[in-house]
Design a protein around this ligand. Structure first.
Ligand code: ZN
Ligand code: ZN
Length: 235
């Protein structure tokens, strides 16, 4: 069934249908991931496994606002998907169908690239020129799992280029391409979950949360390396 789904998207669906399918797939992924973290957080806090990183109140209608902005972001990400399919049908980029251990290599390459891309775009969003757009994302001082894609469309446009850029130069495995958005969204949602495990400090879940509350450091995705190289972390 998955093979039929991606075969149709790659070769035969009209672009309007590709757009609808990608919007539905990304929406389903975003809502299921965010809801899972939301309810896991609630359960974890109740059972005493976890605690909120910040206990400040949310702003009025925060989750509704975040979902609305996220949906606009999802439409922009889906447009990138349509552009990718168009480039593939024009033979301007390649996809591999070997289905072997190279899937893991591709995931590793993407994880490294994702760190660089996220850090670079995020630092750019904190420049004078782009900060007014980034303030939409920082409206969520206390993050929720629904904050992940809560961007101004300008930021969604820049962030959404993460997959298409390396695909222009490198033939990723098809199953790596299907797994990449799941990998990226999982860690991004974790970073916006407002969940800290008891007795553990500075996990991914708390790093990005601190960026939202303190604003001027912790620009990275998972790794601290780029932060250290560019000396933006006061530690
Ligand atoms: Zn920021
Ligand atoms: Zn954020």
């Amino acid at each position: 069934m998955l093979i039929d789904l991606y075969t149709n998207i790659l070769y035969s669906d009209p672009f309007s249908l590709v757009l609808v399918k990608l919007i539905l797939a990304f929406s389903l992924l975003y809502l299921s991931m965010a809801s899972s973290f939301y309810f896991f957080g609630k359960l974890g806090h109740q059972k005493g496994w976890t605690k909120p990183v910040s206990t400040l109140p949310l702003f009025k209608h925060q989750i509704r606002t975040e979902i609305t902005y996220s949906f606009v972001s999802i439409v922009i990400f889906a447009c990138y998907g349509v552009l990718t399919i168009w480039l593939y049908r024009q033979n301007l980029l390649e996809i591999s169908f070997d289905n072997n251990w190279l899937i893991l290599v591709d995931l590793f390459i993407f994880a490294i690239w994702n760190e660089v891309h996220f850090f670079a775009v995020h630092r750019l969003m904190h420049t004078k020129l782009l900060l007014p757009f980034h303030r939409i994302h920082h409206k969520s001082v206390v993050v929720t799992p629904f904050s992940t894609f809560s961007f101004h469309p300008v930021e969604s446009f820049l962030m959404g280029s993460v997959m298409i850029i390396p695909m222009l130069f490198f033939p990723f495995e098809i199953y790596a391409l299907i797994l990449l958005p799941i990998y990226s969204l999982f860690f991004n949602t974790l970073g916006h979950s407002n969940i800290a495990f008891i007795n553990q400090k500075n996990l991914i879940s708390t790093q990005h949360n601190t960026h939202h509350t303190k604003f001027n450091f912790n620009f990275g995705f998972i790794s601290h390396q780029l932060e250290k190289i560019f000396k933006r972390n006061p530690k």
